[in-house]
Design a protein. Structure first.
Lengths: 285, 287
């Protein structure tokens, strides 16, 4: 939809472009004082897909929340297209899809209503959708293959369909930077394929995508760069070919991970779950 | 002909027309807000704020300012106290709410028993829309209209905040502002409803229409309209019947709302008990 399409060769130009996402020496602590992230540095150039890899509890979701400004940083700064995060959010530059949506699935909204929420940042005070907003919503629903479900109440969707619906909302935001926490978690193979194709298209349109994933089998096919997260910091990041090596993975997973035939990863010695960073019990009744 | 004369009898009295008008307005404002309150899971919060305003009303009477002012100050004060205590202690939210509102309500009852007997004040407990005074009519209309306009302007943002606060934050909305805006509107709305149904029953106005509408539709906008329909109709019918029953008007209004809810619970086309039972039978025969 966007007319101005950035070239797909970011990072090799003569002048250094402003990174799409720049995380510079960021440290985060929970209110209890435990370290949540330690001196994290990560740069993403426009038009690239970066895969964030790490064990449960390494801090992947924490990093996403930190980039979104949901957790206060102790040190360092996060810039999105050279702007502080809250400015970038108001400017509609970032779309964020959390690992699991903590919403009330019986809420009286349809799939189309949910996707329209992605347009609120582009609307006036009363959030009345324009013709263009409706077109973008329809287009986004088409891209994730959910147009036939537009009138469904969201609780009537399967797990994969819910994921697609919320991905469509992120698309409707038309943000330059997409943050997707575990987009392939708990989805069927066809949804997984749809999402992967979509992410490549978005990259080719000049968007920047940061995903976290357990699915190491798809990293090389999908990601231009990877960032390895372990011990609550980024151990290494860079082009997939250079960083996504057995030695590095061994450092991240504390033992060589084995790829099973279906692409999932088995690592010896399962790690404990991450401590809960915040009271997540939102009083569902 | 005679039946008609009897049925229309209440409408020839000014106080009845005024009561019908005010209770309909209050019913409408409360109904709109009830959609947000029920979806947010703030029923207890509504109950708390409505009880906590009592000392404010008594004190306002003693000082000589409009009771609406005192009620609003204590309504907001209770909300702030709840938030403050909750953020600084390990006590769970519903417990904090219970502790704060019962404390304030008890203070109100004590003040009430110590203040020289005044009929007007006791009406705050149970409501007295038939005896509402002109100054209270005007105050109720002003505050009600302010509450209604505030909700309508913020409607979409509040809906998003209730549905998905994470997304609201991620597109740069100020969720702290929305949180307190919703609480402030809640306090305003409670203040408007005090004269009609009283402190004890006002929470019904703030949840029952929304709960009824929630059973009847899967669309948020439609939910608001259905709730308003239920709220206004309950107010009109309740006020009207209370004339013939010669009973408490607030109680009649709330009972009407309960009847609407019971009907929706049983007969709602998709989420009602009959429809769910029919669906179960269909599923079993299909299996």
């Amino acid at each position: 939809m966007t007319a101005s399409v950035l070239s797909n060769t970011a990072g090799t130009g003569t002048t250094q472009p402003i990174p799409s996402l720049s995380v510079e020496g960021v440290s985060v602590a929970y209110s209890g004082g435990q370290v949540a992230l330690r001196d994290v540095t990560l740069h993403l150039n426009a038009g690239t897909i970066c895969g964030l890899i790490g064990l449960n509890g390494a801090g992947k979701s924490t990093l996403f929340k930190t980039i979104m400004g949901f957790l206060p940083t102790r040190q360092g700064q996060v810039l999105v297209h050279g702007q502080p995060v809250h400015m970038a959010q108001r400017g509609g530059l970032i779309a964020y899809v959390p690992q699991s949506e903590e919403v009330d699935w019986t809420f009286p909204v349809s799939v189309e209503d949910v996707v329209m929420m992605g347009r609120y940042g582009h609307m006036g005070r009363l959030r009345r959708p324009s013709r263009h907003d409706r077109d973008v919503v329809t287009h986004s629903l088409n891209r994730v293959g959910m147009i036939d479900f537009r009138g469904r109440q969201i609780g009537e969707l399967s797990g994969g369909q819910r994921k697609r619906a919320f991905l469509a909302r992120a698309l409707a935001q038309e943000g330059k930077l997409l943050l997707l926490d575990e987009p392939f978690g708990g989805v069927d193979a066809s949804t997984s394929d749809t999402i992967m194709g979509l992410l490549r298209d978005l990259r080719d349109e000049g968007h920047t995508v940061l995903i976290s994933t357990h699915d190491l089998g798809s990293i090389e096919a999908l990601c231009d760069t990877v960032a390895l997260l372990a011990g609550r910091t980024v151990l290494a990041s860079g082009p997939t070919r250079e960083v996504f090596t057995p030695e590095n993975l061994g450092r991240v997973f504390g033992g060589l991970p084995m790829l099973t035939p279906n692409g999932s990863v088995v690592v010896t010695g399962s790690q404990p779950k991450s401590p809960n960073p915040s009271p997540t019990n939102t009083g569902a009744n | 002909m005679e039946v008609l004369t009897t049925l229309l009898a209440p409408l020839q009295y000014d106080f009845m027309l005024r009561a019908l008008g005010i209770s309909a307005l209050v019913g409408a404002v409360c109904a709109v807000l009830s959609c947000f309150v029920t979806l947010k899971g703030w029923s207890l919060m509504g109950d708390a704020v409505s009880h906590a305003v009592l000392p404010g009303v008594v004190l306002a009477y003693l000082v000589g300012v409009p009771f609406i002012v005192g009620a609003f100050v204590f309504g907001l004060g209770s909300v702030t106290a709840i938030g403050f205590i909750q953020s600084r202690s390990r006590v769970k939210e519903d417990t904090v709410i219970g502790v704060v509102f019962t404390g304030l309500f008890a203070l109100g009852l004590l003040l009430l028993s110590k203040v020289p007997s005044d009929v007007h004040l006791s009406h705050i407990l149970f409501g007295d829309v038939l005896g509402i005074r002109d100054t209270d009519v005007i105050q109720t209309i002003i505050v009600g209209v302010i509450a209604l306009i505030s909700i309508m302007v913020l409607r979409k943002d509040l809906m998003l905040f209730v549905f998905d606060p994470t997304h609201a934050r991620s597109i740069g909305l100020n969720t702290t502002f929305l949180h307190y805006a919703l609480l402030t509107i809640l306090a305003l709305t409670i203040v408007t409803a005090l004269q009609t149904v009283g402190v004890i029953l006002v929470v019904a106005m703030l949840i029952t229409p929304g709960a009824t509408a929630y059973l009847l539709t899967d669309k948020f906008n439609r939910m608001i309209w259905i709730a308003v329909g239920c709220g206004v109709l309950s107010s009109l019918l309740g006020t009207y019947f209370s004339y013939f029953l010669d009973g408490a008007t607030g109680a009649c209004i709330v009972l009407m709302q309960s009847l609407f809810f019971a009907a929706a619970f049983l007969f709602a086309p998709k989420h009602g008990q009959l429809a769910l039972a029919r669906q179960r039978v269909r599923d079993q025969s299909a299996a």
